[in-house]
Design a protein around this ligand. Structure first.
Ligand SMILES: NC(=O)c1ccc[n+]([C@@H]2O[C@H](COP(=O)([O-])OP(=O)(O)OC[C@H]3O[C@@H](n4cnc5c(N)ncnc54)[C@H](O)[C@@H]3O)[C@@H](O)[C@H]2O)c1
Ligand SMILES: [Zn+2]
Ligand SMILES: [Zn+2]
Length: 358
């Protein structure tokens, strides 16, 4: 029995309650969580924007130490320092068999449920549920990384920061000298800024409606910033790219208006990547001729098209060698009882990531 943060219903403030975590069964791992970031997706869950499978055990951007493993687990062992992921690829689905495991349609999660004391099954956010002192996951959800790394920083690779870095590098395919614009500079958008910089983009334009967010984006490597509150971002991005638009525009907000901005702020035959997650009620209406005549690629990025086994250890090594500023995402370290107030701060814009430390 451990303490965990549970969302019981749509829009209802989260509660710290007792969670029953089973001993790991075949293929499962029990992880002692050391740090877990507060992601906008946790709030989406609480607001019923993902699905209605309440109650949710929130938290999914985490690092910790494997405490016990179930039968047949060979890839991790007790004592391993791991970053948790929500893409434990199956190796057998149609995507995996075609050599595209980052699209895996049958990713693994723990088979046994974690429950409330009365036996009510919990739905762990993204199959993780790491706002808890211990969590039960599939062993494939544990990626071993350098144990000297700071848990609060590298745990963020488990979701938002990886999604952003990957949206730029994997989905967007940023190359040396490219121009990139990122709309929405939260944890995900700034991950994209960092990824674009790592891949050698020459121009990196950060767009947000909050000046604090724009300053952070600059710290991560944005060459220009645009406050969409007082400047039309499409005009501004075009102006900053010789009148043409950027090679790649990433929508890290996920709303119809920001996606349209991304679409029109991109050069002919350029790429739009949608990494922000829209809610099911959102719709889009556009002249189809614009989609045809502007050409290029319109893509979505699920988890930055990452492969945890390939990308996490590599990114942690870059972090350890001072080439990837993951510490810059950790705005504050908080306690397990502070998640609800962290949602408030996220809304208010004062933080990039609040990270629960255990
Ligand atoms: N695709 C994936 O795999 C994946 C993974 C993690 C998170 N996400 C999603 O990415 C999105 C961003 O997550 P986050 O954790 O960075 O959230 P966040 O709240 O930290 O950041 C959102 C940012 O967008 C800015 N913003 C809001 N409206 C804007 C507008 N009209 N124009 C410009 N900027 C605007 C906000 O000021 C804020 O800085 C969320 O929708 C989240 O669910 C997607
Ligand atoms: Zn698969
Ligand atoms: Zn997340």
């Amino acid at each position: 029995m451990v303490q965990g943060v549970v969302a019981r219903g749509k829009g209802v403030p989260v509660e710290l309650v007792t969670v029953v975590v089973p001993e790991p069964g075949p293929g499962e791992a029990l992880v002692k969580v050391q740090a877990c970031g507060v992601c906008h997706t946790d709030l989406h869950y609480r607001e019923g924007g993902i699905n209605d499978d309440f109650p949710f055990l929130l938290g999914h951007e985490a690092a910790g130490v494997v405490e016990a493993v179930g039968e047949g687990v060979e890839d991790v062992a007790p004592g391993d320092f791991v970053v948790l992921n929500w893409r434990a690829v199956c190796g057998r689905c149609r995507a995996c068999l075609r050599g595209r495991p980052w699209y895996c349609f049958d990713t693994h999660n723990a088979a046994q449920p974690m429950t409330l004391e009365d036996g009510t099954k919990l739905s762990p956010a993204l199959g993780i549920g790491a706002f808890a002192e211990k969590t039960l996951v599939h062993s494939g959800q544990c990626t071993k990384v350098d144990p000297a790394a700071r848990p609060a920083a590298v745990g963020l690779l488990g979701c938002g920061v990886m999604a952003g870095i990957g949206a730029a590098i994997n989905t967007g395919g940023v190359g040396r000298g490219d121009s990139v614009a990122v709309i929405g500079c939260g944890g995900v958008g700034d991950g994209a800024v960092l990824g674009a910089r790592l891949a050698g983009a020459a121009t990196i334009i950060a767009v947000d409606v909050d000046p604090r967010k724009l300053q952070w984006a600059k710290d991560f490597g944005a060459t220009h910033t645009v406050n969409a509150k007082d400047t039309d971002p499409v005009e501004a991005i075009r102006e900053l790219t010789g009148g043409f638009g950027a090679d790649l525009v990433i929508d890290a907000v996920g709303r119809p208006e920001t996606w349209k901005q991304a679409f029109y702020a991109r050069d002919l035959a350029g790429t739009v990547v949608l990494v922000g997650v829209p809610t099911p009620d959102m719709t889009l209406e556009m002249p189809l001729i614009d989609l045809f005549s502007r050409g290029g690629a319109l893509k979505s990025s699920w988890y930055g098209d990452c492969l945890p086994t390939r990308d996490f250890p590599m990114l942690v090594d870059l972090y350890r060698s001072g080439r990837l500023n993951l510490d810059g995402f950790v705005s504050e370290e908080i306690g397990l009882g502070d998640v609800e107030s962290a949602f408030g701060k996220m809304h208010e814009g004062g933080v990039l990531r609040s990270v629960v430390i255990f």
